[in-house]
Design a protein around this ligand. Sequence first.
Ligand SMILES: N[C@@H](CCC(=O)N[C@@H](CS)C(=O)NCC(=O)O)C(=O)O
Length: 212
Amino acid sequence: MKLLYSNTSPYSRKVRMVIHEKGLQQVITSVACNPFEEVPDLEAANPLGKVPTLILDDGASLYDSPVICAYLDALTPGRLIPESGRERWDILRWEALCDGMLDATYNIVMEQRRDAQEQSADWIGQWKSQVGRSLDHIESSIDMLPNQVTLAQLALGAALGYLDFRLPDLDWRSRCPALAAWDGEFSARDAMQNTRPEHVHWAQPTGESTDA
Ligand SMILES: N[C@@H](CCC(=O)N[C@@H](CS)C(=O)NCC(=O)O)C(=O)O
């Protein structure tokens, strides 16, 4: 299998964390690419041209990140997503919440890259409210996470890591001390340490950073 990913993409990070937790590194070749450039392999595999995209051994492809995570999880025993019952829906809801917080953060990052006069303060305000409400909700329900590691914790780690990486001024730790304590411990995990985003500078004619 081949994973098309970007080092700075938080959705890719969640998938790469699943690969680590499930011990699938040997069966997946990870290929870094910049989805904001023309990448024929990526566009052929995923008409949306987004990372992460997983290409299976028979040439079929899977996207987006929740689909890839569920597929990889089902490959081996020791599930990150419970197979049935209420627990399954709880974990998928956690993933949806963390991914939604990521969507809002990503939108802010992209909007703030536009020329100042083209940016919408209304939209940025709306996305910041979504992030703030999500953080408050997670802060008050962090004790509801299961004791064993599931996809919920991986999605949360990826979302908080992206806030640190792209919006450090938001200072979510001051707002959410319980979450900060949780993150302090969880960040030490191999899956988090081995997937940390780095400032990648793809060759751009303008010299601007256009990675996620
Ligand atoms: N819902 C998708 C979101 C994927 C996504 O937006 N990826 C970004 C990088 S973080 C991307 O490839 N953007 C390129 C584009 O929008 O053209 C998922 O969960 O995989």
